[in-house]
Design a protein around this ligand. Structure first.
Ligand code: ATP
Ligand code: MG
Length: 314
């Protein structure tokens, strides 16, 4: 068993300090020691790619600082804080919950908190079975897969959908038991729409205290969605014609106001762009202009057509 494992087994969180070597002058090294926060720096770089999400960015910094300081406290013989790292992510679809959960997994792996740092995404159907005993078995299997990483349960409130008699309750009980038995071997993230998550937590009084870390992922405004869209396009080596940008702005305002509550944010813009790219392909085939500029440019017509098809598909 390596050191990280043995500390984990003892219920402690082990953080790998990247620069711990002692200086020749211990007094000076205590005062001026410069620590490279490598695990956080890696995540910070990835966070920099994400538009908005200020809440979440400061949340992650806080979690990192807290874990790091805990380790330093332990080294000084001070009592470490109780560290429960299970989380609730509240947010509408496409607000970046899965993307951020992956980053959390990476951060925890780099800090030695989680051994593997992988992410297992699950929803009700992956946890809940069809007969007595089936649910506990399914849920336990999933937890086993998530050991050393993160188990991310999307639309977690759907586990409480059918009330007392529903097998969903068995899934919740199995999850809670696993959280207690294997406290430091996996992290559970429950995610879903804000209102439904609040209701779910209030109806299960044992749960909130088990999830001390809560983050809200707000809907993106039209400007943020535009920036997300432009980043996605430039990664794919496309760009918007100025009139296409204007059109996209109208589309975003319209789409958001149609159904604010179910608007799918980042997912909406990603799907729209992918459709617009397909519309552009057909248009270019008809226009027969295969120049580099034409191949890269999405027009207002491409955007309009893509949005029309998106609405038709709903
Ligand atoms: N802040 C952001 N900056 C850049 N891209 C983003 C941002 N938020 C989300 N995206 C992009 O939007 C898409 C949806 O994000 P993600 O899957 O993380 O959202 P989600 O909240 O998990 O959605 P769902 O509820 O649908 O599972 C992804 O392609 C992601 O890369
Ligand atoms: Mg998701």
């Amino acid at each position: 068993m390596n050191q990280a494992d043995s500390m984990r087994k003892k219920g402690q969180i082990n953080i790998v300090l990247k620069k711990q070597q002692q200086d020749a002058n211990p007094v000076q090294s205590k005062t001026f020691e410069k620590v490279e926060h490598t695990p956080y720096q890696h995540v910070e770089r990835a966070l920099g790619e994400l538009v908005g999400l200020h809440n979440m960015k400061s949340f992650l910094k806080e979690v990192y600082a807290w874990l790091y300081l805990n380790k330093r406290r332990e080294e000084c013989g001070l009592l470490p804080n109780q560290q429960t790292l299970h989380m609730v992510f509240k947010g509408n679809p496409g607000t970046g919950k899965t993307t951020v959960a992956r980053l959390v997994a990476t951060l925890f792996r780099e800090m030695g908190v989680l051994e593997k740092g992988h992410l297992i995404e699950a929803e009700r159907a992956d946890l809940v079975g069809e007969y007595i005993g089936h649910t506990a078995q399914k849920t336990r299997e999933l937890i086993k897969k998530a050991m050393g990483g993160i188990l991310f349960v999307d639309e977690a409130y759907s586990l409480a959908r059918g009330g007392e008699k529903d097998f969903g309750k068995e899934a919740i009980d199995t999850l809670v038991k696993a959280m207690e038995d294997s406290q430091h071997d996996f992290v559970l993230i429950l995610a879903g729409y804000p209102k439904e998550m609040d209701r779910f937590l209030s109806l299960n009084p044992g749960l909130p205290s088990r999830f001390p870390l809560k983050v809200t992922f707000p809907n993106y405004d039209a400007d943020e969605l535009m920036t997300i869209g432009e980043k996605m396009l430039s990664k794919r080596q496309y760009r918007l014609h100025p009139l296409a940008k204007e059109e996209l702005n109208h589309i975003l305002i319209h789409a958001k106001s149609r159904d604010e509550e179910h608007f799918s944010n980042g997912r909406f813009i990603r799907n729209l762009i992918e459709r617009a790219i397909r519309s552009q392909a057909v248009r270019i085939l008809e226009e027969e202009d295969y120049g580099k500029e034409a191949l890269m440019t999405l027009t207002a017509k491409d955007m309009k057509l893509a949005y029309k098809k998106t609405i038709e598909d709903e």
